[in-house]
Unconditional design. Structure first.
Length: 260
């Protein structure tokens, strides 16, 4: 297993994870269905009554309509990141699934590519479920909102690659608390999710602008509300470049870890 080797056999890894998911899908379906209900009730109805409307794209937007796409973006981030950190680490370290797959003609690159693509697929599944719930509130504008599904795959790739890099680095499963606290939590709070980043100090706006969730939120919000701008294209370009840069880093990092 020397050198970079990647073929279409990575699909077999994706299929393996899908088969396992089909056995536990009833449990996996619950969070994407209930999470938007809880957030919309707490923030949309409760806090929304105090906030009123916000300006987005030069138009007054109800607070519930403002945060609903952000909830989808957060789910995309969490679905892919958690799948390619905790779940991938369990398959690698505890279940020895990676060892079993590498005993076949599969290469490390194919195994890790299949894992990352599965993380992105989990993001798409979660997005589809959340769209069903949020649509009941009339907060998504169709047909533009259907583009949230490919956006979920792109965002899932971005955060799946980031998660896999963490998996390549952390010594123990408990160490994932560090990237969660230092990477995921700040984005959850300060990436334009619950309030415009324009409300932040200048230096904080700059930091928010380089966070991937900020661009994913912008992309989801523009697609959900049907309000496209140059920021939409910037968001797509950012996530594509982020994924293109982090993907080979994830493969290289996992190769170093697995061949120790």
């Amino acid at each position: 297993m020397t050198g970079f080797s990647l073929s279409r056999r990575f699909v077999r890894v994706w299929q393996r994870n899908l088969l396992v998911y089909r056995k536990t899908w009833k449990i996996s379906f619950v969070p994407p269905l209930l999470e938007p209900l809880f957030y919309l009730a707490a923030f949309g109805v409760g806090l929304g009554g105090l906030v009123g409307a916000l300006s987005y794209g030069g138009t007054s937007t109800a607070y519930t309509a403002y945060i609903a796409p952000a909830l989808i973006a957060i789910n995309i981030m969490q679905s892919a990141f958690f799948e390619n950190t905790y779940a991938s680490f369990v398959r690698m370290f505890y279940q020895k699934t990676f060892d079993a797959m590498l005993a076949t003609p599969l290469t490390i690159e194919e195994v890790i590519t299949g894992e990352i693509l599965w993380g992105a697929t989990k993001s798409v599944i979660g997005t589809a479920l959340m769209m069903v719930v949020i649509s009941l509130f009339g907060l998504l504008h169709y047909p533009h909102a259907l583009l949230l599904l490919p956006a979920a795959f792109l965002g899932g790739l971005a955060f799946g690659c980031a998660g896999m890099i963490c998996t390549a680095i952390v010594p123990t499963i408990e160490t994932f608390n560090l990237p969660l606290f230092l990477f995921i939590t700040p984005m959850f709070l300060f990436s334009g999710t619950f309030f415009p980043i324009g409300n932040l100090p200048g230096w904080a706006q700059f930091v928010a602008g380089i966070l991937p969730l900020t661009h994913l939120v912008e992309l989801c919000r523009s697609l959900a509300l049907g309000r496209f701008s140059s920021a939409t294209l910037v968001a797509v370009a950012y996530l594509v470049i982020w994924s293109a840069v982090l993907f080979p880093l994830a493969l290289a990092g996992m190769r170093r870890r697995l061949v120790r």
